[in-house]
Design a binder for this molecule. Structure first.
Ligand code: ATP
Ligand code: MG
Length: 231
C-alpha cells in the first residue's frame, strides 16, 4: 500500500470541500478520481501532496504518517510525491532542461546524475531536441510533456495528475493519454489521476473512484463504474 487516507475532511468557508474521504492507493495502480467541477478533486490531491493541510483525518504514505487532524507531519518536499498541476505551473523563465533540473538540484543530486536522468526522461517524452527551449515557445502538448517529465524525473513514489489533459483538443488529448499509459506501464509508477471526463477515466484507469460533493460515491473497476453510469 502506498497511500492510506482515513476519514479526511477539509472545510473552506461554506460546505466542506472534502467530506470524509477514506481510500487506499495501491502500488503500481492507475487510480482515477472522476467527478464534476467543484467536487473536491484538486483539494484532495493537494492534501496528499502536502500543500493543503486536512482539518480532520489522516494521510499515511508508505507507512509513515504525513498529516493528521490539522497538522502536517511530513512537509511536501519530503513526501516523494510528484504532481502535474491543473495549470501545469512550468517556470517560464527557465529552459526545459532547467525546469527539470531544479528539483533534482534542490535534492543535492550530482550534476552527472541530473544530466543522465534528464536526458533519459526527455527521450521518453520525445522532447530531447527542446532541452534549451523555453515553455512559451512550446506547443500545448509539448508543455504538457514537460510538466509530466518534470514530475517523473524526481522518481516519486506516486504521481498525482490533476486534469492534465483538459485544456487540449481531442486529438492531442487522446495521443497524450496513450503516452501517459505507456509511460506508466514502462515505469510501473503508482498514479493518481483526476478528471471530470468519463472517457479519459475509462481509458486510463485500473480502478476508478467517483466523487460527488466532497465524498466518495462509488469505487470500482472500469466495468463496474461503466455499469454504475449505465454507460
Ligand atoms: N482556497 C480555497 N478557498 C476557498 N474555497 C476553496 C478553495 N479551494 C477550493 N475551494 C472550494 O472547495 C470546493 C472544491 O474545490 P476543488 O478545487 O477541490 O474542486 P475540483 O473538483 O478540483 O474542481 P475542478 O474540476 O473545477 O477543478 C469548491 O467549492 C471550491 O470553491
Ligand atoms: Mg480541480
Amino acid at each position: 500500500m502506498v497511500v492510506k487516507i482515513k476519514n479526511l475532511f477539509k472545510y473552506f468557508d461554506t460546505a466542506p470541500a472534502v467530506n470524509g474521504v477514506s481510500l487506499d492507493i495501491r502500488q503500481g495502480e492507475r487510480l482515477v478520481i472522476l467527478g464534476h467541477s467543484g467536487c473536491g478533486k484538486t483539494t484532495l490531491l493537494r492534501m496528499i501532496a502536502g500543500f493543503v493541510v486536512p482539518d480532520k483525518g489522516s494521510i499515511t504514505i508508505d507507512g509513515l504518517l504525513a498529516a493528521k487532524d490539522g497538522k502536517s507531519v511530513i512537509e511536501p518536499e519530503n513526501r516523494q510525491i510528484g504532481m502535474v498541476f491543473q495549470d501545469l505551473a512550468l517556470w517560464p523563465h527557465m529552459s526545459v532542461y532547467k525546469n527539470l533540473e531544479f528539483g533534482l538540484a534542490a535534492k543535492k543530486i550530482s550534476k552527472n546524475e541530473r544530466n543522465e536522468r534528464i536526458s533519459l526522461i526527455l527521450e521518453k517524452v520525445q522532447l530531447s531536441e527542446f532541452s534549451n527551449s523555453f515553455p512559451s515557445n512550446l506547443s500545448g502538448g509539448q508543455q504538457q510533456r514537460v510538466a509530466l517529465a518534470r514530475a517523473i524525473v524526481m522518481r516519486p513514489k506516486i504521481l498525482l495528475m490533476d486534469e492534465p489533459l483538459s485544456n487540449l483538443d481531442y486529438d492531442l488529448n487522446s495521443m497524450l493519454r496513450k503516452e501517459i499509459l505507456k509511460l506508466q506501464e514502462e515505469t510501473g509508477i503508482t498514479m493518481l489521476y483526476v478528471t471530470h471526463d468519463r472517457n479519459e477515466a475509462f481509458s486510463l484507469a485500473t480502478r476508478i473512484i467517483v466523487m460527488k460533493h466532497g465524498a466518495i460515491q462509488k469505487i470500482g473497476s472500469v466495468n463496474e463504474i461503466k455499469m454504475f453510469f449505465k454507460y
